[in-house]
Design a protein around this ligand. Structure first.
Ligand code: ATP
Length: 136
């Protein structure tokens, strides 16, 4: 069975949207296999976001992601990687379609980083790598 790593990011946590995100995942029919609330440390964020190192939004991204608690969730279900990315919507919350998590609940706050409520793995390889980082 396929698994994906979902993170309800610190903006989602601060705004009290964790339950709403988990509700949508369960309503879609996926299973919550494992769940942990923690403030992500910069060392593991550097591993998680290694592909973005050097990009202009990298430092603001690590600052934002380490700014407070986030909820890490292993989600299971047939084609849940693709399915969750469709539930999440486009990276830019202003452009994300209504009906998606980012489209319904997100907006541009004028920050250097897109505070877009959730993360979802983009492939089976990423999912296993990311789950290994956060659920070691
Ligand atoms: P998606 O689910 O759309 O792929 P993602 O979270 O996987 O989103 P990435 O391209 O991996 O997107 O980028 C990681 C995170 O970095 C984004 O979720 C967003 O918070 C931030 N980000 C990405 N691109 C930009 C950008 N051009 N400007 C500001 N922040 C960005």
């Amino acid at each position: 069975i396929e698994r994906t790593l979902v993170i309800v990011k610190p903006d989602g946590y601060r705004r009290g949207l964790t339950g709403e995100v988990l509700r949508r995942i369960e309503a879609k029919g996926y299973t919550l296999a494992s769940l942990q609330v923690m403030t992500p440390d910069r060392e593991r964020l550097a591993q998680h976001y290694a592909e973005h190192e050097g990009k202009p939004f990298y430092e603001p991204l690590v600052d934002f992601m380490s700014s407070g608690p986030a909820t890490f969730v292993v989600v299971e279900g047939q084609r849940c990687i693709e399915g969750f990315r469709i539930l999440a919507g486009a990276t830019d919350p202003t452009a994300a379609l209504p009906g998606t998590i980012r489209g319904d609940l997100g907006r541009d706050w004028g920050k250097k980083v897109q505070e877009n409520i959730v993360h979802g793995s983009d492939s089976p390889e990423s999912a296993e790598r990311e789950i290994g980082i956060w659920f070691a």
